[in-house]
Each structure stands twice: as C-alpha cells, then as structure tokens.
Design a protein around this ligand. Sequence first.
Ligand code: GDP
Length: 365
Amino acid sequence: ALTAGIVGLPNVGKSTLFNAITKAGVEAANYPFATIDPNVGMVEVPDNRLDELTKLVKPKKTVPATFEFTDIAGIVKGASKGEGLGNKFLSNIRQVDAICHVVRCFDDENITHVEGRINPLEDIEIINLELIFADLESVDKRLSRVSKIAKTKDKEAVAELAVLEKIKPVLEAGKSARSIEFADEELPIVKGLFLLTTKPVLYVANVAEDEVADADNNDYVKQVKDFAASENAEVISVCARAEEEIAELDDEDKADFLEALGIEESGLDKLIRAAYYLLGLATYFTAGEQEVRAWTFKNGMKAPECAGVIHTDFERGFIRAETVSYEDLKEHGSMPAAKEAGRVRLEGKEYIVKDGDVMLFRFNV
Ligand code: GDP
C-alpha cells in the first residue's frame, strides 16, 4: 500500500501527531491481512459520500477506504554523511511515497527546541538539506556513469544526461528537485532516479491550540506557506496536542471539541485527505445490500485495473462495469431510479475510472 512518512526535527510534535493517528486508527481486527508494524498507523479516509451512500442503500456493513502513515524516527542532522541512524533515516524516507514534514509553529517555553529558537524556515531547511545532499550524491554518481555513455550518442543516455544537468545546479543551490518544472518526456527519467527531494511533500504546521482557528494569520504558518509555494508543495495546519485528545472522542464529543477550537474539521482528517490526494489517489464505491465500500485507486487507472483492487479475478475476467456517478445516484435515490433516468452507463475495458464512480463489475470466472 502507498504510505506517507512523517518526518520532522525532534520536539516538533511528530510523536504526538502519530499517537493521534494510531488512536484514531482502524481496528486491526477489521483488516486481518494488514501487517502490524508499530511504525505504521492505518486510518480511515473520511468521506461524506460514503455516509450518504450508506443512508441510501442501508447495507449490512460499510467499509471506508484506508490510508497508512509511517513514523520515520531517526537522527536527522548529519544523515547525508551516512552515519548509523542517519543512514537509516534516509533509507526509511526512500521507502515512502510521500512526505509529511512536521514543522513547529507553536511557542512554548516549557518545551525545548533543539536549535534553541522557534524558526520554521530554518527547521525545514535542516531536514531538506540532508535530503538535498543525499540526492546530490545520487545525481553525481549517475552523472559520472551516464556522461560516458552519452558520448557514444546513446539516445537514452543523452536524455538522462540533460535531466541530470538540469537537476544538479538546483540541488547545489540548496533547493529541492521538486521545485523544477520538468517537461512531460522528462518525467519518466526523473522518476527512475528515485530522488528524495522529488517525492511529494506536505508541510504540517503544528500550531498552538488557541491559534488553530485562525492559523492562516499565524506568522510562522505564513512563512511556511510562502516557502512551500516556492517548491510546489502544500501546507496544512494542525494542533497535534488537540488532535491527540480528539482522536479519543466519539463523534458527538468530537463535534463539540472542534466547535470549541473554532474549526470545522479535525486537523487529522484534513491531513489524511491532503496526503491521499497528494499521492494522486481517488475513490470509487461499490454499493450492494451486503456492503457499501470505498476503494482506493490511482488517478488514471482503467476499469479492469480498478476491479483488480477488489480481487485479481475481477481484473482477469473483466467484461464491463455498470457505472453511475455518486452525484447521479444521490440525485435519483436508487440504482433502479438512476437506470430509469438513463444515468447508468455500461463501461468497458478502456474506461478511465473517475473519483466518485459507483461501480458494479461484470466478469467471467
Ligand atoms: P517529537 O520529538 O517531534 O516526536 O515531538 P513530541 O510529539 O514528543 O512533542 C514534543 C513536546 O511538544 C511534547 O511535550 C508535546 O506534548 C509538545 N507538543 C506537541 N504538540 C504541541 C502543541 O500543539 N502545542 C504545545 N504547546 N505543545 C505541543
């Protein structure tokens, strides 16, 4: 499964946030095939559409889509020098699909800051520089190999060389490779380099409880936003400490707590959704009387591949999919009514599934 890794300097609130994730997380018993790794927290993806479909269909069971966060501990500073735990830190980052970078944006004299002052931009830079150094090393290694092959006019090598030469000066200037706009034909080459600073990143501004309602006007958050914009990254603000409490509440108490904080949605729900879309994930639904369920797929996937998310047999034997959009189904109230109104389509092998499609797969066994 795709996973987002949580990173940050010590004492910024990572463990607090990760605790909130595991407390809010799904019961392992409901997902018997999931691996139980203490560094992984699996949460449900909040989705109002699933609640609405449940009201319409009244199934025996409703199963939300899930998403995994990985807690990346380890020493940050000096990581790119390749010593012990630092090395592990980088190899853990290498394994995740997206990065949630927690940044301390709260003042609290009782909680020591490792650098002795609150400065979100310098904090971000400390971690990013380690990743940039590691990437620079990868790029240099590739360069020495590829530049030789490129001399033979090998087409692929020439193309890769051009990409490497585009990336290198940016890294040398202390900037992440994600700040570069690559041409479409360069993207597969970039992907093949497995760099750390091209992974999608979400900056998580950890603000004080009394700042979270108006986080956009918090000076620290503003700084983080400006920086994120410069490297095509996103920012969300949360109060990790409050999230830890919210995660233990039932729905009603949660609503009261959120109201008291002055926010509409919990920071954790925002984080889950942002990470989900950051990874290019989307949701389709199956809606039977037994079970209404949300399934995760990658944007751009075709109907057979999406069927394969449920079971490989569904992909192999795929014939077609009865498909209706969530909006149309909701408007007409039931599958037969939607059919009557001509809103249910029969889609074939080439159909690119859309977020919110409600699907019934027909397949040969
Ligand atoms: P980590 O080292 O990044 O994992 O940081 P922790 O999650 O252990 O947090 C370090 C300290 O900061 C702990 O004492 C937390 O209770 C505290 N902390 C975390 N989030 C907040 C917050 O939003 N506001 C305040 N005031 N303290 C926080």
